[in-house]
Design a binder for this molecule. Structure first.
Ligand SMILES: NC(=O)c1ccc[n+]([C@@H]2O[C@H](COP(=O)([O-])OP(=O)(O)OC[C@H]3O[C@@H](n4cnc5c(N)ncnc54)[C@H](O)[C@@H]3O)[C@@H](O)[C@H]2O)c1
Length: 290
């Protein structure tokens, strides 16, 4: 069961409440996650902070409280990795282009480099410091060359692009994206915000993590729809429909494929259950009475 998440908008950020129940895994949990863009500069805290409350499915009692920040980044990366596996061209020595050089961006590059043969990566962020940190951490971790882009346009030479910024407005001109590109759009997830412009949405085969989430939360598709630039049927498939073979993914080398990720509670709950079981097996964690 996956109800749509509930959001509250305090003055400086957004707070999201994301419950789910996975019957087959026996997993029940709720993640509380906040996105506060100014946290890094103002408080030296991450933009995205989360905690997961994992529950006993028999009693409903909360059995574990765990950090949800790293977990969020990992599961968001994993979803883009799966999308890349099913939708990107399969050529060798591809170029990855990353918008944003923050927490999510690192996992995005890691996932793309796991799914495809990546020879080089290009990163673009409005913060030069963030780009330098990204390059020093990720080039040694993944053993690939990563260069800074001087402009957003420079990233568009990439074969696989991830948009993982905190920007609420389009990052690049969609007309300039080359044929055959695959894009993972993970950053924005509210109706009034978008990283992708109308042009790139129109040019792409649009795949979302969830149809319902895309039409309730993703400005990337909701804004072009409101403008009348696309119709609802432009939403081609959920990623699950591609994975299970209900719908075809990439149809030819020239197609631009686009995976829009809003982030789903089922991803958090499944991950949290695995983390909990592994921690218990290894004796990791602290028992507390509340
Ligand atoms: N789809 C999902 O499941 C999911 C999960 C977690 C976070 N997010 C979203 O991902 C985004 C990034 O989160 P984060 O935790 O990595 O934040 P972060 O603050 O660590 O990184 C964001 C980076 O984007 C950069 N940026 C802002 N505007 C830019 C622009 N115009 N061009 C290039 N770079 C720009 C910032 O300088 C910053 O370095 C947020 O919008 C967050 O809501 C989505």
């Amino acid at each position: 069961m996956l109800p749509l998440r509930t959001g509250i908008k305090p003055p400086d950020g957004i707070s999201l409440y994301m419950p789910a129940y996975l019957k087959e895994m026996g997993a029940l949990a709720c993640k509380v996650v906040t996105v506060y863009k100014d946290n890094p500069a103002k408080y030296n805290l991450p933009t995205t902070i989360g905690k997961v409350l994992l529950q006993d499915i028999n009693t409903g009692d909360v059995i574990c409280i765990m950090d949800g920040g790293y977990l969020t980044a990992v599961r968001t990366g994993a979803a883009s990795g799966v999308a890349t596996k099913y939708l990107a061209r399969e050529d060798k020595n591809q170029v990855a282009g990353i918008f944003g050089a923050g927490v999510q961006a690192k996992m995005q590059l890691w996932a793309v480099a796991t799914a495809r043969d990546i020879g080089k990566a290009i990163v673009y962020d409005i913060s030069d410091e963030a780009m330098s940190k990204f390059i020093s951490e990720m080039s040694s971790k993944l053993n690939i060359g990563i260069v800074k882009a001087k402009s957003a346009e420079e990233v568009l030479q990439a074969d696989i692009i991830c948009t993982a910024s905190s920007s609420a407005s389009p990052l690049f001109d969609g007309k300039l994206v080359k044929d055959g590109t695959h894009i993972n759009g993970i950053g924005s997830h509210s109706p009034g915000a978008r990283e992708l412009d109308t042009e790139i949405i129109k040019r792409s085969l649009f795949i979302g993590d969830s149809r319902e989430a895309c039409f309730s939360e993703a400005g990337d598709i909701m804004i072009p729809l409101k403008e009348g630039a696309i119709k609802e049927y432009h939403f081609y498939a959920e990623l699950g429909e591609i994975i299970t073979g209900k719908k075809k993914g990439r149809v030819n080398k020239a197609a631009i494929t686009l995976f829009k990720s809003n982030g789903l509670a089922i991803q958090d709950v499944a991950t949290a259950k695995i983390v909990f079981e592994k921690a218990v097996a290894k004796g990791i964690g602290t028992k507390v009475e509340i």
